[in-house]
Design a protein around this ligand. Structure first.
Ligand code: 4NP
Length: 165
């Protein structure tokens, strides 16, 4: 099993949506026995909370199920997850700082949009102070970036390409 962790600031908007979209794609590819995801926030603002209502309605419009309670990223995540994917540069910086305090200081943390040619370095924008339009934008950005990420995973782990239906 390859484990993937998506990380944003609050773990109520971008990263749970990334987790939900990723899981739906993985299931439709028949890879759910081989790829598993979770999400977390760099902050402790929303620990134990359900995703933001706007996240849930955006997911519902797209037929995506999200089962998640907010949690903060933890040092042990660097041990437990093969891939840690940040939504923006702030998340990346915080994760890289936390990583220094773990036994895994050389582990690479990825930036979500770096899996899309031409979008390297761009953030998945924080939709917290936005509305439905901003959530739809985040959805479209994640949908594209997660396709890129899944292609990366299939190239890095050829056994996935064989196992998918
Ligand atoms: P997220 O969005 O990082 O995509 O979950 C945010 C959620 C909450 C806050 C900021 C961003 N906040 O400041 O509480």
């Amino acid at each position: 099993m390859i484990k993937v962790l998506f990380v944003c600031l609050g773990n109520i908007c971008r990263s749970p949506l990334a987790e939900g979209i990723f899981n739906a794609k993985v299931k439709s590819m028949g890879l759910d026995k081989h790829l598993q995801s979770d999400s977390a926030g760099t902050s402790d603002y929303h620990i134990g909370e359900l995703p933001d209502e706007r996240t849930l309605s955006c997911a519902k419009r797209k037929g995506i199920a999200i089962q998640h309670r907010g949690r903060q990223v933890h040092r042990t995540d660097f041990r437990d997850f093969a891939y840690i994917v940040a939504m923006d540069e702030h998340n990346l910086k915080n994760l890289n700082q936390l990583k220094e305090k773990t036994p895994h200081p050389t582990k690479e943390v990825y930036l979500m949009r770096n899996f899309v040619a031409g979008s390297t370095g761009l953030p998945v924008p924080d939709p917290y102070y936005g509305g439905e339009k901003e959530f739809e934008e985040v959805y479209a950005i994640l949908d594209e970036a997660l396709d890129g990420f899944l292609n990366h995973l299939k190239e890095a782990h050829p056994q996935l390409a064989e196992k998918g239906k």
